[in-house]
Write a protein that binds this ligand. Structure first.
Ligand code: NDP
Length: 333
């Protein structure tokens, strides 16, 4: 049998690395699977200005490399490998597999007494031509992060949910124009957010309008949109913010852990179907999932806040919960 580790962490965003820092400092010798492109969503952003303690801001990739180095400094072993399968059916040993074509089974098995899942979420994209190619060069997914780069620019926001309105509002502080493209005849955003968008003079709302293509050589120059009569229109554009929701990275856990109706992992705190102590904050493990000894943190759980700092905070919580679980203490903070 393979060596049984105390803790495996899956994921390398702020939640995973923070869990690594805390778990390593608690002498749990965690093994962290970072995926083949480590660092998570912040690797796609530029200057992060709302990370507390970085008063001049910090570049997203630098922040993630610092977090990684900090986790490693305290003893987290990091492997840049993708987890391809998990088996959480045994309470004693959780099984985590990574693909390895050089082995006869095609994978390597790792065992741990506890696991922290921090696989994050991905922005849902429209998939129209040009979107992927110009991502980071005019196509963006986070206005809170990137709005300041669009001073006096023509910007568009795709989507009509709360996130799209928030993005549009953030852009009004900088951009010369902000146009929301709503694919149907109504917004999905809450009433109060809709009113905010409708009452903001800088925001134009185009209903029944769908993006068809993003055009530009080195950066976004134009977009093509189409209306309900299939009439196409070319519009000059500098920025296209895609805000059509997020997709949690949970396919690996289907059938193993409870997911909510949107596919996010459920924990004791947000109401897994497992039996949960009423006073979960005092006696239980708020970040534990429906499988005993498996914890979850960050955007894979949280569809509401989705900030680096809240993910990092949850990573810390999950590591503290895992530590208490592994040392068999009844929890009392
Ligand atoms: P939502 O799922 O609420 O909205 C997605 C929007 O994108 C809808 O308008 C949808 O249109 C549109 N859309 C989906 N796919 C496409 C596509 N392919 N092309 C064009 N448009 C598309 O996602 P959000 O990220 O806005 O919100 C997620 C959750 O987070 C919600 O519960 C929201 O309330 C919450 N949230 C809360 C905030 C707050 O309270 N301040 C801020 C941000 C989010 P359609 O309606 O036609 O499907």
């Amino acid at each position: 049998m393979s060596e049984v580790r105390e803790l495996i962490i899956i994921g390398s965003g702020p939640a995973g690395y923070t869990a690594g820092v805390y778990a390593a400092r608690a002498q749990l010798q965690p093994l962290l699977f970072a995926g083949e492109q480590s660092g998570g969503q912040l690797m796609n952003t530029t200057l992060v200005e709302n990370w507390p303690g970085s008063k001049d801001g910090i570049m997203g990739p630098d922040l993630m490399m610092d977090m990684r180095a900090q986790a490693e400094k305290f003893g987290t072993q990091i492997l840049d490998r993708h987890v391809t399968r998990v088996d959480f059916s045994s309470e004693e040993f959780k099984k985590v597999y990574v693909g390895d074509p050089s082995t006869s089974s095609g994978h390597v098995e790792y065992l741990a007494k506890a696991v922290i899942v921090a696989t994050g979420a991905k922005s849902r994209m429209t998939g129209v031509p040009g979107e992927d190619r110009l991502l980071g060069r005019g196509v963006a997914v986070c206005a809170v992060c990137d709005a300041a780069f669009y001073r006096d620019k023509k910007t568009f926001v795709i989507g009509g949910g709360d996130a799209a309105v928030e993005d549009a509002m953030a852009l009004t502080k900088f951009a010369s124009s902000v146009t929301m493209l709503i694919r149907s005849d109504k917004m999905r955003a809450s009433k109060i957010m809709q009113e905010r968008a409708e009452n903001e003079p800088k925001i134009t709302i185009m209903y029944n309008t769908q993006i068809k293509e993003v055009l530009g050589d080195q950066k976004v120059e134009k977009i093509v949109v189409t209306n309900e009569n299939n009439e196409d229109q070319e519009l000059l554009a500098d920025g296209v913010f895609v805000a059509i929701g997020h997709v949690p990275v949970t396919s690996l856990f289907n059938g193993q852990l409870d997911l909510d109706e949107k596919g996010y992992l459920m924990t004791h705190l947000n109401g897994t179907k497992s039996e949960v102590a009423e006073d979960v904050w005092l006696k239980g493990y708020p970040t534990m999932t429906s499988a005993t000894g498996v914890f979850a943190a960050g955007d894979v759980v949280d569809f509401r806040y989705r900030q680096a700092i809240t993910s990092a905070g949850m990573g810390c919580m999950a590591a503290l919960d895992a530590e208490k679980y592994l040392t068999g203490h009844s929890v009392s903070y």
